[in-house]
Design a protein around this ligand. Structure first.
Ligand SMILES: N[C@@H](CCC(=O)N[C@@H](CS)C(=O)NCC(=O)O)C(=O)O
Length: 285
């Protein structure tokens, strides 16, 4: 094999590159500078960005609000990860892992910081009693698929997406490896959705909310510009499900929150009221 990497005895941080994310990487965790986070008037303060991991949480908030649950009102602040805002002392105080999404729940006697998107989904679903079956097999199935999403999506995002769409140069070995895995995961989902209306059964749950922003966006051609490469239209059951979920009001509203790219009608950097979303969606042609 040409250009083979020979690893030194001890790894040192000499990575550099032009790709989008090279400048934010470091082997050290923790705050890099002092800055408090803004705090709005609602009980829930979300610090996020509309990547698939961020969309999961804003979709759940908007689904809860669509049910008429006023207590689920939230302020959503944009964390620009390309500008290292996830390394402020304030953000690290809410999520020591410096990754969006991060939530501060101020609804109780004591503030609770919640991080990891799945933990946030479970926290809110349990608090409001929706989108997570209370017991039995349906609850276990929801957790099966929620944890499946958390374990699988890093191969799609950090693996396939990184090497196919973000890396400085296209390399055959990692793209082959992760395209294979992304397609295998789509096939798993496709078989599950051939037998069920929603991912974990006949009920719309936080498993759908966790999986749609990744695999739904992927098969709808909205992730990594990889629809043709991965032949996403062959996963017909995933496509059927993705289109059905996309039509939901909560999804239409949640997917644009903390989004700072794309069309004008899908960009809302901060959300403090329902009206903020209404104003942007009105621009849709
Ligand atoms: N397992 C985490 C993953 C979160 C994550 O990877 N967030 C990315 C954006 S999608 C991030 O904040 N990256 C910033 C960084 O790595 O510094 C979750 O589900 O919440």
């Amino acid at each position: 094999m040409s250009n083979q990497y020979v690893s030194p005895k001890i790894w040192v941080n000499e990575t550099s590159g032009d790709n989008k994310w090279a400048n934010i990487n470091s082997p050290e965790s923790g705050a890099r500078y002092d800055k408090a986070l803004p705090v709005g008037k609602h009980a829930f303060q979300l610090y996020s960005l509309a990547t698939p991991n961020g969309q999961k949480v804003t979709i759940l908030f908007e689904e809860l609000l669509a049910l008429g649950i006023k207590e689920a009102e939230y302020d959503a602040y944009l964390i620009n990860i390309g500008d290292s805002e996830q390394f402020s002392s304030g953000f690290v105080g809410v999520n020591p892992n410096s990754k969006i999404p991060a939530l501060l729940d101020k609804s109780g006697d004591e503030d609770v910081n919640v991080f990891e998107s799945a933990s946030i989904l479970v926290h809110l679903a349990e608090k409001f009693g929706h989108f997570l079956p209370k017991d039995g097999a349906a609850r276990t199935q929801t957790f099966n698929w929620l944890f499946w999403a958390q374990g699988s999506a890093p191969f799609l995002g950090g693996g396939f997406g990184h090497f196919y769409a973000y890396a400085d140069e296209k390399q055959e070995y990692p793209i082959n490896r992760f395209a294979m895995e992304a397609k295998r995961q789509l096939d798993v989902l496709d078989k599950q959705l051939a037998k069920n209306t929603f991912v974990s059964g006949e009920e719309y749950t936080i498993a759908d909310i966790a999986i749609w922003p990744w695999y739904g966006n992927l098969v709808l051609g909205k992730l990594y510009d990889a629809a043709e490469f991965l032949q996403v239209e062959t996963y017909t059951h995933v496509v059927r499900w993705a289109k059905m979920i996309e039509l939901r009001e909560g999804v239409q509203r949640g997917r644009i929150v903390n989004r700072s790219s794309g069309e004008k009608w899908e960009q809302l950097s901060e959300r403090h009221s329902a009206g903020d979303i209404d104003k942007v969606l009105k621009l849709k042609p």
